[in-house]
Write a protein that binds this ligand. Structure first.
Ligand code: NAP
Length: 282
């Protein structure tokens, strides 16, 4: 049997990632001779790693914190239009003809597919956090022609920079930078997304008061570990519809796998099951 093709995740820290579970389940279901591995990389190792993909038999990568933006400077190859607009990539493929790297962003597709599954079509959204994930959300909401997207980050420069960037790309959507959570005006919104890492740790504060929630609001926490953050629990306790980020994780993985194995298609339900099993053990 020939050597398995290698796929994997680069980032740091990544030891708790659920991606190997869902991708390896898909490879074995599809009988593809491939393995998905974790490649925790320090800042200084990244450049050398990216220049030796062929030697390592690597055919595709996912990219996560803190390299989604940096990878654009280090990879000399095709950038999808979404990567250029978002300014970050989470998926790398190698061109079948010339082995040159190609960068894509499937985070925005993952979010959009999960919204569709949840039957959500937000008109006015609020986002807490203005990092890499928030950029993909802004792109997705702009593409969906949402009316308004308000963004709050503790670093005002980051929310202002997202506001400017996406107002230029999507003139039909009004992107706003809010000075505080109260200024997000949740009472006017139909979707609140936590795209900060606040909620991952037990001691993290609750960013929103119960009084700011209302029945017309859907609360979407990008965090999936823990499965229920304080924000998620608050929404649940007040009968406000809510979701964690496992669905987005699934669909960004599905879209990445579709790029790697085309013309074959990712087995969504196999991957969902593998993720759900893995998430229970976290
Ligand atoms: P990131 O680049 O670090 O962005 C998070 C942003 O939130 C940073 O600008 C951060 O500022 C800011 N922030 C921190 N505390 C805040 C607060 N109290 N109020 C407002 N903003 C605050 O991280 P990311 O890559 O965007 O990821 C964000 C979260 O989404 C993580 O929990 C990640 O695991 C999750 N995520 C989930 C998926 C999925 O598929 N479900 C995909 C991508 C990301 P500082 O840097 O100054 O702290």
């Amino acid at each position: 049997m020939s050597k398995p093709r290698v796929y994997g995740l680069i980032g740091n820290p990544i030891k708790h990632s659920l991606s190997p579970l869902m991708h390896n389940a898909a490879f074995s279901h599809l009988k593809i001779n491939a393995k998905y591995k974790l490649f925790p990389l320090g800042d200084k190792e990244l450049k050398i790693f990216l220049s030796s993909l062929n030697k390592k038999n690597i055919r595709g990568l996912n990219i996560t914190i803190p390299y989604k933006e940096k990878v654009l400077q280090l990879v000399d190859g095709y950038l999808s239009s979404a990567v250029s607009a978002i300014g970050a990539a989470n998926t790398l493929t190698l061109d079948k003809k010339n082995n040159k790297p190609r960068l894509f962003n499937t985070d925005h597709l993952g979010f959009t597919r999960h919204l569709k599954e949840l039957k959500l079509n937000p008109r006015k959204a609020a986002i807490i956090g203005a990092g890499g994930a928030a950029r993909a959300l802004c792109f997705a909401l702009g593409k969906k022609k949402a009316q308004e997207v308000s963004i709050y980050d503790i670093d005002k420069f980051r929310s202002l920079s997202l506001m400017e960037r996406f107002n230029q790309i999507f003139p039909a959507t009004q992107f706003l930078a809010a000075e505080s959570i109260a200024a997000l005006k949740l009472e006017e919104k139909d979707l609140l997304i936590n795209a900060s890492s606040i909620g991952m740790k037990e001691e993290d504060p609750l960013l929103v008061d119960a009084g700011q929630l209302h029945p017309g609001l859907f609360v979407y926490d990008l965090i999936y570990n823990p499965a229920e953050t304080k924000l998620f629990k608050l929404a649940k306790a007040h009968n406000i519809p809510c979701s964690n980020g496992l669905g987005m994780l699934l669909y960004q993985g599905v879209e990445a796998l579709n790029l790697w194995i085309s013309p074959k298609s990712a087995p969504v339900e196999v991957m969902r099951l593998a993720l759900q099993k893995g998430a229970k053990k976290l």
